[in-house]
Design a protein around this ligand. Structure first.
Ligand code: NAD
Length: 329
């Protein structure tokens, strides 16, 4: 018998999961992935550059067994959107029944994408940073704001610094974050000013250039690169004490480390492991307070599918498995 698929709007998503819920789901999903409870092939990128459009879109399928959910996210970057008052990243998610393939839901994926992208850094920093108090964000756009929100939710920050080539973006960032917290937000004139002495440094821009130099990064800092291109000075990568990724296979195809893999200057063995493996204790995490650690978190579709699955279950009153009970099981 055919079931009735539902539409889940952004308002529905916001009604049923909070930023804190999303951080918890991201952490749990990283663990499930490390425990082989998830099937997630690497994302496929459809690059429209080749036929003259400056845009790209990713197909991100995933089966999340503990939440009994099959799904796919379809998310891309559309560079002209800002002029139209639209976000750069546009995303939607389809959820299917894993037994029959029937469509369960069509989900607005924009807010889920933004918050889970912020949550990636917050969860990684829980395990790889040292008592984060000063947060530096290079890139004051949508993902920069969501990262600041997730870091505020997770840590007792004392200062948030932001730098961006767009003064308007910095002003919007300071206004939006200022409405949520009394933690001071400092708009910096240079990336160096933002990064110096920061405990956690995040790059989340649309740029493809070295935005953060090795000599600005203090011992003990945790650096989280999340933009779709390269954003770190190569010395920062090669002189880092430890390198981590969210998903090794995807990082061999794209992201911050791609160029060095292609050139043979980085090998799989140079990456200590994936964040989920660190959380589970399968690979070593930080061992020394002075280690400089760099993580390339390019985004995993299973995070989006898991969040959408929790919302679907709450909306349809299906008993939601207590995802926290699986933690570290
Ligand atoms: N890793 C993930 O999981 C993930 C998820 C979503 C988006 N992204 C990526 O994150 C990046 C940011 O996405 P967004 O939605 O915030 O876009 P956005 O357009 O809202 O913000 C991007 C910001 O980067 C700034 N910028 C561009 N060049 C810069 C430079 N040279 N120096 C400093 N700032 C610069 C822009 O002015 C803008 O404010 C994109 O590359 C996007 O593809 C990654």
């Amino acid at each position: 018998m055919m079931n009735e698929a539902i539409i889940m709007t952004q308002a529905d998503v916001k009604k049923y999961v909070s930023i804190k819920d999303i951080i918890d789901i991201v952490e749990q999903t990283y663990v499930w992935y490390a425990q082989n409870e998830i099937i997630m092939p690497s994302k496929i990128t459809l690059n429209m550059h080749e036929l003259g459009l400056p845009n790209w879109i990713n197909s991100m399928p995933s089966y999340v067994r503990p939440l009994d959910t099959l799904g796919i996210k379809w998310a891309g970057g559309f560079i002209g959107n800002k002029k139209l008052g639209l976000p750069y990243i546009m995303a939607e998610i389809l959820l299917n029944d894993p037994l029959t393939g029937q469509l369960r839901a069509l989900v607005d994926g924009n807010w889920i994408t933004d918050i889970r992208t912020g949550a990636q850094t917050a969860v990684a920093a829980k395990y790889l940073a040292v008592n984060p108090e000063v947060l530096a964000i290079i890139g004051a756009g949508v993902q920069g704001i969501s990262t600041a929100l997730c870091m505020l939710e997770t840590f007792e920050l004392k200062e948030i610094r932001v730098a961006d080539i767009s003064a308007d973006a910095c002003e919007k960032f300071a206004r939006e974050i200022g409405q949520k917290t009394s933690v001071p937000v400092k708009v910096c004139k240079t990336n160096e000013e933002a990064v110096k002495d920061a405990d956690v440094i995040v790059t989340v821009t649309t740029a493809d250039e070295a935005l953060v130099k090795a000599e600005w990064v203090k011992p003990g800092a945790f650096v989280s690169s999340k933009g779709s291109y390269q954003e770190l000075d190569e010395n920062l990568i090669f002189k880092a004490d430890k390198l981590y990724v969210d998903h090794l296979e995807q990082n061999l195809h794209r992201g911050e480390f791609l160029k060095y893999f292609l050139e043979g200057r980085l090998k799989k063995e140079d990456i200590v492991g994936e964040i989920g493996e660190v959380i589970c204790g399968k690979v070593i995490g930080r061992k020394d307070k002075d280690e400089r650690i760099v993580a390339s978190l390019i985004g995993m579709g299973c995070l989006d599918i898991a969040i959408a699955a929790v919302v679907y279950r709450k909306m349809t009153s299906i008993v939601v498995p207590d995802y926290k009970k699986f933690k570290l099981a």
